[in-house]
Ligand binder design. Sequence first.
Ligand code: UD1
Length: 338
Amino acid sequence: MTVLITGGAGYIGSHMVLALRDAGEPIVVLDDLSTGFREAVPADVPLVVGDVADRALVMKTVAAHNVEAVVHFAARISAPESVRDPFGYYAANTAKTSALLEALTAAGVRRVIFSSTAAVYGLAPPTPTSETAPTDPASPYGASKLMSERILRDGAAAHDLAYVVLRYFNVAGADHRLRAGQRSPGASNLITLATRAALGLNEGLSIFGTDLPTPDGTGVRDYIHVSDLAEAHVAALRHLRAGGDSQTLNCGYGWGYSVREVVEAVRRVSERNFPVAEKPRRAGDPYVSVADASLIRETLGWRPKRADLDLIVGDALRWEEFWWTNEARRPRLARGRA
Ligand code: UD1
């Protein structure tokens, strides 16, 4: 019985591929390579290049590989970009998820794990934020994911389907053995950009918003190591296979760091300085996003092993250095910035 991983050629999906492959599980990846990379999928893992909304392709893949469970990562992920392109985000994230779920239930798949986001909670949720906090997304990105959660819930009520929704907080770092990491030249997340600045790959870093209602005026986030996040998915799969009920769970550590604290961590771990420019706030950016992470520990027995900012930053740094040291890739990074 095989696990289908959509978006397995992307940043988080490729770490999930490694986690399941390391556990000896049969897997197949479905990815349209719009933002993913063929080389992110190990050569011994089957890769189907195509669209998650392609019903015939999904049904064929499920049948050909005897797919038992699906982990659905494929999506667009940037809140600020979604403010500029709402229709694109609802199409890629909501409409395609609905089509995928329809095809999966028609094909008889009964277990789904879905990548959701802390962005469903909105600009100023009570913190730490538990799963019962009101949802009020501040961006089309967060709304597109919340709608997908609803579609999944309704689909599960109507069909023989159990699911785990994982609401990710801020994912960072890289596989400790450097088998996977952030390959996207246009990545916009803070730890990636700060480590690139420390390595001189980018010219400094911008801090978006220094007048927020937070202790040092900059945004606070719950940063979680991407390999811990992948292991949460493995635990979710175990839960569903054991007959566990459908769940919606936060996935974070339960504490946060400000942008300035992240900048200091990157300077400390890299032992390099880099310039920082203070810029206005970004639209749709929450001030504080920190998980109440107790439910996932209780429900899945998940125990993160890498809950340390310096370790996360260290793995991100080593990956960026390793990946972009290759001269052949450097022009791609320059283009991604443009
Ligand atoms: C990230 C994820 C999003 C996820 C969410 C969950 C990406 C692109 N976005 O969004 O998919 O759902 O976490 O919480 O991975 N910042 C700067 N300068 C920069 C970049 C960021 O100051 O150059 C600040 C932001 O204003 C924010 C913090 O750093 O306060 C984190 O931003 P970012 O890494 O972009 O992540 P989120 O927007 O939180």
